[in-house]
Design a protein around this ligand. Structure first.
Ligand code: FAD
Length: 411
């Protein structure tokens, strides 16, 4: 009897994990990708230190998927954060837990892991077809690809789409699939930037002096006034960087989904910066109020509070001269400096994207209800999560779930 064939379109972590599950199930697996090589975004993720997953308790882990936690839970159940670590160890790569609880490969890199993984997939019989851009279907339901040898039609018993989100198009995930699937009546929540930076209308003076500078050890509070759910304000501590256009960095990414939604709803979002998060307000008031003698405000703030550089620059940028001269108002500004965000930076610059193929349009095995035999996985599904290993964890888990889903469907 002929072996069943499965086409996987998209060779990122989700597609490769689907390939692994399918190859283990004994079907012929062909991976197609538009780029000259697979896993380009995965490799980029390894540049700043590949954060594979997180070691926090499972309930906390799951809560990072916000309103999509109920849909992500059954996928993670098939490939838990612990199982992910075991899987990495199985590829001969050791992992460690960083001080933040994040899990990394010991060498922090993605390339050795990807190399070992591709080697194992090839040995399992997975075939790779690079520079094959999927363009849609023929009238008879055959897959159409643009290849260096010209147009090619491919038939398969089932298909897994793992085409990625909408950021960093130059690495392959250009979201052209949105139009192709919409034409087949698949509901797709609009793609939006996630884990992204924001625009601030800096003065030319501030931009030219401080773009590129890090604000270390600050806290951001986001008020949820007007929120029908009456949420308490969110406060997070960490660091971020000033850019020519605004702000970005890990602390901003952690708050980015809510800030993006606030800007969509109200036009702007206001955050409050605490420039001295470990100091109680009263201590700041006391220090600012001490006599400064002949010293300038800058040297007073530096000697009494250790504030200097970009932190003082921000105060000068955002606090009026009159408020700056009033110790009480200045102390309050140091602890809760309002900063207005005007827009999210473009999706192509974001670490990931929100939106995608809706879970309502798929069955629990991730098969599109409108296209039997076609499964979806990875960042192209409608979920988002902060950085911290949650993105790869859900991409890999959904790839495995889609692969397993195909196997049960073929049976
Ligand atoms: C700078 C950066 C750092 C990151 N760091 C981390 C991190 O440390 N930890 C973490 O968890 N996550 C991280 N991420 C996010 C993570 O890399 C992505 O969420 C993940 O790669 C998404 O996997 P995927 O398989 O769904 O899609 P992708 O990895 O985007 O792969 C999709 C594939 O589909 C192919 N494709 C698209 N359209 C077509 C088409 N029409 N025809 C054929 N092929 C097509 C693309 O070429 C691509 O190879 C980072 C992302 C960025 C940008």
């Amino acid at each position: 009897m002929q072996r069943k064939t499965v086409a996987i379109i998209g060779g990122g972590p989700a597609g490769l994990m689907a390939a692994e599950a399918l190859a283990a199930g004994g079907v012929q697996v062909d991976v197609y990708d538009a780029m000259p090589s697979v896993g380009r975004k995965f490799l980029l993720a390894g540049k700043g230190g590949m954060n594979l997953t997180h070691s926090e308790p499972y309930d906390a882990f799951l809560s990072r998927y916000g309103s999509r936690a109920p849909q992500i839970a059954p996928l993670l159940a098939q490939f838990t954060p612990d199982a992910l670590r075991e899987w990495v160890h199985g590829l001969g790569i050791e992992t460690f837990v960083g001080s933040s609880g994040r899990v990394f490969p010991t060498d922090m890199k993605a390339a050795p892991l990807l190399r070992a993984w591709l080697h194992r997939l090839r040995q399992a019989g997975v075939r790779f077809h690079m520079r094959h851009r999927w363009l849609g279907w023929t009238d008879t339901g055959t897959l159409c690809f643009d290849t260096p040898q010209g147009p090619q039609a491919v038939s398969a018993d089932a298909v897994v789409m793992a085409l990625g989100g909408g950021s960093w198009a130059r690495l392959g995930s250009d979201a052209k699939w949105v139009q192709l699937l919409s034409q087949r009546d698949i509901t797709i929540a609009p793609l939006q930037p996630s884990n992204c930076g924001f625009e601030v209308g800096w003065s030319e003076y501030f931009r030219s002096r401080f773009a590129g500078d890090y604000l270390k050890s600050v806290a951001i509070t986001v008020q949820h006034e007007g929120d029908p759910d009456n949420q308490p304000p969110s406060r997070k501590q960490g660091e971020f960087v000033i850019t020519a256009e605004g702000i970005e960095g890990s602390l901003i990414y952690a708050l980015s989904a809510g800030l993006r939604d606030r800007i969509s709803a109200s036009g702007t979002a206001v955050i409050q910066l605490d420039l001295l998060p470990d100091w109680p307000l009263q201590r700041v008031i006391d220090e600012v109020s001490r006599s400064r003698g002949a010293r300038s405000w800058s040297s007073h703030l530096q000697s009494r509070l250790g504030l200097k550089g970009v932190k003082t620059g921000l105060l000068r940028e955002l606090v009026s001269a009159a408020d700056f001269a009033d110790p009480m108002l200045l102390a309050h500004a140091i602890k809760a400096l309002p900063l207005t965000l005007l827009a999210a930076r473009p999706i192509d610059e974001a670490i990931s994207s929100a939106g995608g193929v809706t879970f309502e349009g798929m069955d629990p095995q991730l098969m599109l209800k409108a296209l039997p035999g076609v499964f979806c996985a990875g960042e192209m599904l409608d979920w988002e999560a902060p950085t911290g290993g949650y993105l790869l964890s859900a991409c890999l888990a959904s790839g495995r779930a889609a692969g397993n889903g195909v196997l049960s469907w073929l049976q």
